[in-house]
Write a protein that binds this ligand. Structure first.
Ligand SMILES: Cc1cc2nc3c(=O)[nH]c(=O)nc-3n(C[C@H](O)[C@H](O)[C@H](O)COP(=O)(O)O)c2cc1C
Length: 185
């Protein structure tokens, strides 16, 4: 059986850190937004909210929020995205599931897959300070800030990537075994 186009894309997607600085054209941005819009959500509430930060000035502002290793490479990305989930648009089932976060995670994945299909790198990050972004970019009080992404074309110049990350990225991908994550009855 041939590998499906979806699995092809999933294999191709890698969160690498060597990103070129050239800006992304409007049609590429439009395709990323289009992929987000097609995401399914509980009750079709579409709770995700994305801030696409493209201007040099605003990227510099957003980059102040990065922490740890992200400071070395992520500020170079020509597109920085903040993914947030609007609590008021949670479908509020009484089952303890935070659907606005779940739905937003799926939207982020769609964005990353379309980015991969377009030949881009889209690296998700947890290493940043939400309170700083909240203050700088005036998020609504009921928006939960979930993720930042550094997006751009992959580059050969790794001079800004710390050595320890280069070594990790050179290694083959590791994943848990199927029997650790799936039960079959
Ligand atoms: C929620 C989330 C947070 C992450 N945070 C960071 C981060 O702060 N910095 C970073 O360099 N990579 C970060 N990553 C990237 C992961 O380290 C990477 O996806 C993982 O090692 C698997 O590698 P792969 O995406 O190439 O398959 C994050 C990924 C996710 C999904």
């Amino acid at each position: 059986m041939n590998q499906s186009p979806v699995l092809d894309l999933l294999h191709k997607r890698r969160a690498t850190r060597a990103i070129r600085t050239d800006p992304l054209p409007d049609d590429v941005i439009g395709r990323l937004v289009g992929a987000v819009r097609l995401t399914p959500s509980c009750a079709n509430n579409q709770p995700w909210r994305f801030l696409f930060i493209r201007t040099e000035q605003d990227r510099a502002k957003a980059s102040e929020a990065f922490t740890g290793g992200n400071l070395a490479w992520a500020p170079r990305a020509p597109l920085i995205v903040v993914g947030s989930a609007n609590r008021d648009n949670d479908c509020k089932h009484d089952d303890g599931v935070t659907y606005h976060l779940f739905d937003t995670g799926m939207a982020v994945m769609n964005l990353m897959l379309e980015a991969t299909a377009l030949g881009l790198v889209a690296r998700p990050m947890a290493g940043w300070k939400p309170e700083l972004l909240r203050e700088q970019f005036e998020f609504a009080a009921d928006d939960d800030l979930v993720v930042m992404l550094a997006i751009g074309y992959p580059g050969d110049d790794e001079s800004h990537v710390p050595d320890k990350y280069k070594r990790i990225e050179e290694k083959p991908r590791t994943r848990k075994r199927a029997d650790e994550i799936v039960r079959h009855l």
